[in-house]
Write a new protein. Structure first.
Length: 144
């Protein structure tokens, strides 16, 4: 376990890696970033929400990231990002936006009431995370 509610396995799990038969294992620097993300964002969010949070995508190796159509500069490659789902994705989104230090927060797809999932990134070594808030729709990405 990386924290009380989040395991190493769930942060590196990838159905795409299994499908491709490739490893999805972070190196020491990426693991340190995953731990920072988990301790600074995921566990405090879980504590505040008091409901389960599913990690649909955490760390991604270059092969996995490419296979899922991820950006070549994705924070998932560095172990600094996770895509989250819960029973109330909007509540998670707004809690992160209004109460947490983060690098990037994206309301991904869904509708005006609920995102399909929430992307959050955190850079544990940056002195200032940029707190960029975006919305991804089928038409592209824009400021939230």
């Amino acid at each position: 376990m990386l924290t009380k509610n989040f395991s190493y396995d769930e942060l590196i799990h990838s159905d795409k890696a299994i499908e491709l038969g490739v490893e999805n294992i972070p190196n020491a620097k990426q693991l340190k970033a995953l731990i920072g993300l988990t301790e600074s964002i995921l566990q405090p969010l879980r504590n505040a929400m008091n409901f389960a949070i599913n990690i649909s995508s955490g760390f991604r190796s270059p092969k996995v990231n490419s296979a899922v159509g991820g950006s070549p500069t994705s924070d998932h490659l560095k172990g600094q990002a996770a895509d989250l789902q819960s029973g109330d994705n909007a509540k998670m989104f707004y809690h992160i936006k209004n109460h947490m230090l983060f690098d990037q927060l994206i309301w991904e797809y869904g509708n005006d009431n609920q995102p399909e999932w929430v992307h959050v990134s955190f850079d544990p070594i940056a002195k200032d995370n940029k707190s960029e808030v975006l919305r991804m729709t089928k038409d592209g990405i824009s400021k939230f």
